[in-house]
Design a protein around this ligand. Sequence first.
Ligand SMILES: [Mg+2]
Length: 412
Amino acid sequence: MKIQSVETVVTSPGRNFVTLRVTTSEGVVGLGDATLNGRELAVDAYLREHITPLLLGRDAGAIEDTWQYLYRGAYWRRGPVTMAAVAAVDMALWDIKAKTAGMPLYQLLGGRSRRGALAYGHAAGRDVPELLDSVRAVLAEGYRAVRIQTGVPGLDAVYGVDGGDAATGVGLRGGGNGAAGDHPLPFEEVWDTAAYLRHIPTVFEAVRHEFGPGLPLLHDGHHRMTPIEAARLGKSLEPYGLFWLEDCTPAEDQAALRLVRQHTTTPLAVGEVFNHVNDYTTLLGERLIDYVRSAVTHAGGITAMRKLLDLAAVHGAKSGIHGPADISPVGMAAAIHLDVAIHNFGIQEYTRHSADTLEVFRPSYIFDDGLLNPSEAPGLGVELDLEAAARFPYSPAYLPVNRLLDGTVHDW
Ligand SMILES: [Mg+2]
């Protein structure tokens, strides 16, 4: 079975998505998510200009060989644009292979290891009462684990907190996660780590007081702390028993986590901005983290994620696959198939997509009683409606930019 045609579909049903659509000589269609929030057209061009000519006529079943051909054959390795493009090809070929086999993808990954994948939702509030209401709303939607983000007194806009729809990322002022149409240029936030460090422990105290000790709680530091600041936060949050503290320091500084780890027993999660297994060698080899956060979409697809998750397993770490709303339903479906198949599953981030997004993408995965499950449909189990996609043309959007109180550019 040969690859007969390859096309990219760029659509913006509330936010931008890039999807690769591969069709075989037998007419089997595979989909891959290539969305790189804020830099979407770079991946679209990489796929159209540089990868499509290499795919036409290739054996659609040779997934590992194609992965290595695109990765090693480019000479220039890694990077978010390259790895999102390779990921999309890989997902589409796995989709085709599973459809051809007549099986849901998880069966080809070794079959089911659990009844479902525990998902966490996002709760956010500008202040504590608003946050507590948001946690109640997230629990009412069926989630059994919750990420907590709040405003910080004195700061106007904080990552993950806003006046918009926290679940979909649509209409958010600060922390908008690049929802299309928000801003022609990046929204600029102002940040004060000292105020944040003073405030966050009081937030977790209030949430634990209201919801008790059993609810799994997560928090995202979004790369904003120095190692010693992160160590202090991790230590101050120990009484509240977090499921994890995520991205406490800029992720590319792997040695920073050594210092954090020396000072706190709060579990650490890192990796949503990583795109290669080698980004983790220090972190996993020295057991500096507990959860790997890479997205299937950004780390080279199912083939590469399987290897990363196996390396994590060797070093006692579990999965926590990135799943914000800028991962399309195709990328989310790939994650859920991995989640139920691997042994070292930890938790899955799950942000519901908007109604417009679900008009374009028709996923068949199921969220029930706090757990995610793939359907039994062959392949990834997602349909792409090309006519609906065409109704939502690309709309330029950026992720926000962050500055300190004195105007210095800081990590967002
Ligand atoms: Mg994050």
